[in-house]
Design a binder for this molecule. Structure first.
Ligand SMILES: C[S@@+](CC[C@H](N)C(=O)[O-])C[C@H]1O[C@@H](n2cnc3c(N)ncnc32)[C@H](O)[C@@H]1O
Length: 205
């Protein structure tokens, strides 16, 4: 995590057992970036929701990847995250990340330095993204863990959800940043009151 991300908080949508949020927490502590930084984990803690037709894939099943809230907390503590340093918000994104809910009150608008979206499915990403885009600060980093799931199909999974959200809000600008592994990519987030020509937020891909 670059030092420019020290100003702001850290949120993960779909943290599962918490491996990645624990790594981010450890990194910020080891590099003395932690002061004032908060960590949030948003998850059903019941695994995947009922799969809609567009998300059917041999790797996913309803209830798959389920880690209870208790398992999440004991796992991140076991791998070195001090108790109380991650705020977990349980619930299905369609409800838990809606305006006026606890998550909305906990995380001020335009305050997140890093948002890690790791919920694999199109429907789930579609539900999470309005919150993510509302909460990211300008210049913040949005990481998509599953960008190349569904064999990299641009009209499936996270790619489809992002494409649609950018059509809904042409003022969102995503600047391609860094790819990782076979599966993930990231963007630097900006929000412009002057929509970029063509109304598509991805500057290049
Ligand atoms: C692949 S797992 C994440 C693995 C995790 N990042 C790790 O580091 O081990 C996907 C997570 O997304 C959550 N999830 C998927 N769709 C969701 C939704 N619509 N609402 C809430 N949580 C969801 C699941 O419960 C699961 O924990």
């Amino acid at each position: 995590m670059p030092t420019s991300y020290r100003d702001g908080d850290n949120g993960a949508a779909g943290p599962g057992p918490g491996q990645k949020i624990a790594t981010a927490n450890r990194y910020t502590r080891n590099n003395r970036l932690l002061e004032g930084m908060r960590f949030f984990a948003f998850d059903s803690f019941e695994g995947f929701p009922e799969l809609k037709a567009d998300d059917v894939h041999s790797q996913f099943r309803t209830g798959g990847r389920a880690f209870s809230l208790q398992q999440f907390h004991s796992h991140i503590q076991k791998i070195g995250v001090p108790e109380g340093s991650v705020t977990a918000v349980p619930g299905w994104f369609s409800a838990s990340l809606a305006p006026g809910q606890d998550a909305d009150r906990l995380v001020p608008d335009a305050s997140l330095a890093v948002a890690w979206v790791d919920c694999d499915l199109y429907e789930s990403t579609r539900d999470a993204l309005p919150f993510v885009f509302r909460k990211l600060r300008p210049g913040g980093l949005v990481i998509f863990d599953d960008w190349y799931c569904f064999e990299g199909h641009p009209m499936k999974g996270e790619q489809r959800a992002v494409r649609e959200l950018l059509e809904d809000d042409p003022a969102v600008v995503l600047v391609p940043f860094h790819r990782f592994g076979w599966h993930g990519t990231s963007f630097i987030f900006h929000h412009s009151d002057d929509p970029i020509p063509g109304g598509r937020g991805i500057a290049a891909c």
